[in-house]
Ligand binder design. Sequence first.
Ligand SMILES: [Zn+2]
Length: 263
Amino acid sequence: MTQREWRISELVNQLLTLGVKPGGVLVVHSSFRSVRPVEGGPAGMIAALRTAIGPEGTLVMPSWSGLDDEPFEPATTSATSDLGILADTFWRLEGVVRSDHPFAFAAAGPLAARITSDPLPLPPHCPPSPIGRIHELDGQVILLGVGHDSNTTLHLAELMSKVPYGVPRHCTIVENGSRVRIAYLENDHCCQNFSLADVWLRRNGLQKEGQIGNAHARLVRSRDIVKIAMEQLAHDPLVFLHPAEVACEECDAARQSIGYGRS
Ligand SMILES: [Zn+2]
């Protein structure tokens, strides 16, 4: 079966109908496979996003490498395939700026430098990081064909709530010409329970949902995500971890990390 190709103008209309704010800051987490086929492919989808926010808007995508043992080079290092083809297409486009560290985001528009210019953030999604700047700037988050398990803003909410877990991780940077391994603790786990945000946001009428191309899309204010997750984390700091009886390796590692490395 051949599916009809979505025209860029149709995608722009869908984005504006969903509630994408012209002139605003918009961070995109995406699975292009669920959106396509699109006129112009991944670059066509990016053009639709840029047209929807307009010249005063700033478009942002995650752009990290996912390579712990390799230094990050903003001009050449690919975005990890986990982030999808839109993310790995976006940073290569003319006029797009990218953070100079392994937890990079890429951005285009008037606020691009403000969002991408912080030094290495540790843990990766703390307030002085791209995702923290988007929260500060009252940006919107769009999930294109992916769920909240891809929503990095929830990691910011965990850090602002001072969750008690942090698993040992490392990254590699270059300092004075030599590779340096930097160890840190990250609020990481399998992220499946981030899907609870659907329930919390829908209950409060804070999440817009609709179709973009062939994908189901969610649109939320960064500040609403953080606020609602922090309320839940205040009741239960471990709400995002699978309970022990599920035997989820990653969530178990997070639970076992509680108290580790902190006194
Ligand atoms: Zn888990």
